[in-house]
Write a protein that binds this ligand. Structure first.
Ligand code: NAD
Ligand code: DAU
Length: 341
């Protein structure tokens, strides 16, 4: 099986590549990534000698680069590449339109010309907007995105479906909740808590900290994507979640307790504009139809994550200092224009 991954130098993509290489023998993987600030070549350092894996630097908005790439003939494309941080989307919307909408459409143009390609589109629970207290969204709930990031992800999904309907593209959409685990960039909440608490620095909690997120250990999302590659029907859509939303303050306190750090590190700061209060989705469809379920409880996943960040202090230091951004140039010499099939 020949698999193209976009955005594989980021958090979930790099975990997914590692998951596939460990769980499947007969695969060829190409990771196509622009290496924005979120792309970290150190995430992939241990993979570079695996003959089943190749890295190509490139932008999903670059149609000629994609044309050359697709000449290799892929069976499956897993599309992770995106601008992903909600706070950044509030600061500057343009890169989110560029990559998440126009980039996805550019990728779809190549994908629709690729014979027998399955397009797995990685989406988010944020497309539904904020869930009412006690309620959950199913796959047929209306989309009501509230942040520029969420709006761009909702638009991207519409294009994926339109390409399926209009050109017969075989696609699967997965809407997942907040992931956490190894290799997550420390601008996101859980690694930020770990980084700051480790240095006895204050932890910024937006507003009252009672916003709820449904955290899923990244390996459990990887298993859902892998199942979808093999078993999902063309044109299907699945929610993926652990099913236990928790307030942000509970997460911070749980981490501080495990680390043996005091609660006074918590510092309430100004809330995120338009902050979604609660994300909660019903994932019974993927559990029933594909037999998926999470393997890790939140406590297990959190302990594994904390252990990973403690054992990989250098990775975290490089991510925070910016040193990680020169790793690509120091270790790789090839670029998308030198990629040949
Ligand atoms: P990330 O920010 O860690 O990584 C994004 C990757 O995409 C980076 O390697 C970056 O270099 C690459 N990229 C960005 N723009 C690109 C472009 N124009 N061309 C090629 N590569 C580009 O992201 P993540 O947290 O791993 O999320 C991956 C996907 O999963 C995203 O589509 C995101 O919307 C979705 N998602 C994330 C979560 C989560 O909790 N992290 C939850 C649900 C869905
Ligand atoms: O729900 C899935 C989404 O989860 C993904 O689609 C996004 O790509 C991903 O970034 C994530 O979005 P969130 O906004 O939920 O994640 P973030 O880690 O930024 O924030 C999690 C919660 O913690 C949120 O309620 C905001 C809050 N927060 C975050 C930061 C960075 C704080 O209170 N303080 C902080 O400093």
């Amino acid at each position: 099986m020949k698999i193209l991954i976009t955005g594989g130098a980021g958090f979930i993509g790099s975990n997914f590549i590692r998951y596939l290489l460990a769980s499947r023998k007969d695969i060829q993987l190409v990771n196509f990534d622009k290496f924005t600030y979120a792309g970290n070549a150190e995430n992939l350092a241990d993979l570079s000698k695996d003959p089943r894996y190749a890295l190509v630097r490139g932008d999903i908005c670059d149609a000629p680069a994609l044309k050359s790439l697709f000449a290799a003939g892929f069976d499956v494309l897993v599309h992770f590449a995106a601008e992903t941080h909600v706070d950044r989307s509030i600061e500057n919307v343009s890169p989110f339109l560029q990559t998440n909408i126009l980039g996805t459409q550019c990728l779809l143009e190549s994908a629709r010309r690729a014979p027998k390609l399955r397009f797995i589109h990685i989406s988010t629970d944020e497309v539904y907007g904020s869930a009412p207290a006690g309620g959950t969204f199913t796959e047929v709930s209306a989309l009501d995105p509230q942040s520029p990031y969420a709006a761009s992800k909702a638009a991207a999904e519409h294009f994926v479906r339109a390409y399926g309907n209009t050109y017969g593209l075989d696609f699967v959409i997965l809407r997942c909740t907040n992931n956490y685990g190894p290799y997550q960039f420390p601008e996101k909440f859980i690694p930020l808590i770990l980084a700051n608490a480790g240095d006895n620095k204050s932890i910024p909690v937006y507003g009252d900290g009672m916003q709820e997120r449904d955290w899923l250990f990244v390996e459990d999302f990887c298993s859902a994507i892998s199942l979808a590659m093999d078993k999902a029907r063309p044109g299907s859509l699945y929610n993926v979640s652990a099913g236990s939303p928790q307030p942000n303050l509970h997460i911070v306190r749980a981490i501080l307790q495990i680390l043996g750090k005091p609660d006074f590190l918590i510092q309430h700061v100004q809330d995120r504009p338009g902050h979604d209060r609660r994300y909660a989705i019903d994932s019974s469809k993927i559990r029933t139809e594909l037999g998926w379920g999470p393997s890790f409880t939140f406590e297990e996943g959190l302990r594994k994550t904390i252990a990973w960040y403690q054992e990989n202090r250098e990775w975290l230091d490089h991510a925070r200092s910016g040193e990680y951004s020169s790793y690509y140039d120091r270790h790789y010499t090839y670029r998308s224009e030198t990629f040949r099939t």
